[in-house]
Design a protein around this ligand. Structure first.
Ligand code: SF4
Length: 418
């Protein structure tokens, strides 16, 4: 099989991995090598189902010795298999890079032979690129759970970003759907990367000659909808990954049914794209809006409302805290108002230092008034008036959804018809 045939198979197999954002690494070109890593990172394109696909987003191999129920590349599926050599991937990357097709490499793999052999080959790709070809562009490398600490460390010195896929939100689901994987084998390399990342960052503050370790941090990906965990469970896990292991991003991937298996949704089940979208919104609240997972959801309300975004849903559940006076509310309180983002909250604080805010200033500040007006007051007067029934507020929040979310909602409703 030639390289082009392998590329066709292994680029297609990589499209199910959603964690390919390349933000966070900046490295200027030097005189010794070629290329540079910029914040924009890998060139992205978007597949028909809305997923991010990069031209050189590939698997090293799809010849898997594991048999995860949810995966197309699992051992028991009868499909065309291929494996690249490290030299082939390094040559492809360099050639695509020189032709300006790509700005970096996103490399993942099925487990061929063993986790150690697979990881060893992936690290070799990075070594060839960095040391033989003097490639200075962006590299995002998947870490194979079960590989040795030494290989994970080598990967961290060569790649910009590492990620270990957590795959499923609980150990029970792993046992059921991916029995060769364990929570321990996934969490251990995450912890190691987190500790090494912080350790080498500290070293670099003391000395600029200290080596750089995984400068763009680590991410993970979780499949949503293949197993029974609630959104509350998923968000609590996410919160722990951010706070305890200092992950840069958690990516959610709506489960696409590719195998007929009794433990999984049927083949004709549509991917839960709205749920994925709401989880990303809730994730945003955790990272930028100072929310805790148990404020967004609870055991009593374990699922995100698909009709409205999680911040509006929280505000409606806690309507007794509103309206907030726009001239008196703290920065933390402003962040809780639907229609007020991080930038507009900061603008409100800055403007108030000079002058009181008037109703006609609100749009200029960047507030989304069609959402915010129900939750704010100026000089004791609620902008939208008082005594509005709850169901009207819910309807108003649904109506005020972003056009992209409306499209997604419409699309998912249409899918359900069939
Ligand atoms: S390890 Fe599991 S998820 Fe990964 S390629 Fe193999 S079967 Fe698929």
């Amino acid at each position: 099989m030639n390289t082009s045939d392998k590329l066709k198979i292994l680029a297609d197999a990589a499209k199910y991995d959603a964690s390919c954002s390349s933000s966070g690494s900046t490295r200027k070109a030097d005189n010794k090598g070629i290329g540079n890593a910029a914040n924009s990172g890998i060139c992205h394109s978007w597949s028909a189902d809305g997923r991010c696909v990069s031209l050189l987003k590939i698997l090293m191999s799809n010849e898997c010795v594991y048999d995860c129920s949810y995966c197309l590349s699992r051992r028991s599926n009868n499909l065309e298999r291929a494996t690249f050599t490290p030299e082939e991937i390094a040559d492809l990357t360099i050639n695509f890079y020189l032709r300006n097709y790509i700005e970096g490499l996103f490399l993942s793999s099925a487990v061929f032979a063993s986790p150690e052999t697979t990881m060893g080959s992936m690290v070799e790709v990075c070594r060839l690129l960095r040391q033989k070809h003097r490639f200075n562009g962006y590299i995002h490398l998947k870490v194979i759970p079960g590989s040795s600490q030494e290989l994970v460390r080598q990967a961290g010195f060569l790649a910009d970003r590492l990620s270990v896929n957590i795959e499923l939100p609980s150990e029970d689901s792993l046992k059921l759907l991916a029995p060769q994987k364990t929570k321990k084998s996934i969490i251990a390399p995450m912890q190691q990367i987190g500790e090494d990342h912080s350790g080498f960052q500290r070293e670099r503050k003391k000395s600029r000659n200290a080596p750089s370790f995984c400068p763009a941090g680590q991410t993970t990906q979780m499949i949503v909808g293949a197993s029974a965990e609630s959104d509350f469970r998923i968000l609590t896990l996410t919160e722990n990954l951010y706070s305890k292991i200092r992950l840069k991003r958690v990516y959610y991937s709506a489960y696409i049914a590719v195998n007929e298996t009794p433990q999984l949704p049927a083949l004709n089940t549509a991917p839960p794209l709205i749920r994925e979208h709401r989880l990303y919104q809730a994730d945003w609240l955790l990272r930028f809006y100072r929310f805790q997972a148990d404020e967004i959801l609870s055991l009593a309300f374990p699922h995100l409302d698909e009709r409205i975004d999680p911040k509006a849903a929280w505000a409606l559940r806690n309507f007794d805290l509103f309206p907030l006076d726009i001239n008196r509310a703290s920065y933390e309180e402003l962040l809780r108002i639907p229609g007020v983002g991080v930038t507009s909250a900061q603008r409100i604080i800055n403007t108030r230092r000079v002058t009181a805010i008037r109703e006609q200033d609100l749009k200029k500040i960047g507030m989304v008034l069609k959402r915010a007006k129900y939750f704010i007051s100026i000089n004791g007067r609620c902008i939208a008036g008082s005594g509005i029934p709850h169901h009207h507020l819910v309807a108003a929040m649904c109506k005020a959804e972003q056009p992209s979310t409306k499209k997604l909602l419409q699309h998912s409703r249409q899918l359900r018809l069939f």
